[in-house]
Design a protein around this ligand. Structure first.
Ligand code: SF4
Ligand code: SF4
Length: 64
């Protein structure tokens, strides 16, 4: 378990539709697409803001 400030998005690759919305909405550029699925490509850039979780239309991102 980590503190709230250290939460990072965990993306369910099986549910991700590849819409790219989270990649576009991430303010830090931490996310990228890989094989039509969103991945936390640059975890060091993620500040845990939760924006990606909020915008995902199929709710396949959870902050953990
Ligand atoms: S939590 Fe915020 S900074 Fe981290 S990947 Fe999601 S939108 Fe980007
Ligand atoms: S917003 Fe959700 S469905 Fe769309 S690319 Fe991101 S994780 Fe996948």
């Amino acid at each position: 378990m980590s503190d709230g400030d250290n939460l990072k998005p965990v993306i369910d690759a099986n549910s991700c539709t590849g819409c790219t919305i989270c990649v576009e909405e991430c303010p830090t550029g931490a996310l990228d697409m890989s094989d039509d699925v969103s991945v936390l490509a640059n975890p060091e850039l993620c500040d845990g803001c939760g924006a990606c979780e909020e915008v995902c239309p199929v709710s396949c991102i959870t902050m953990e």
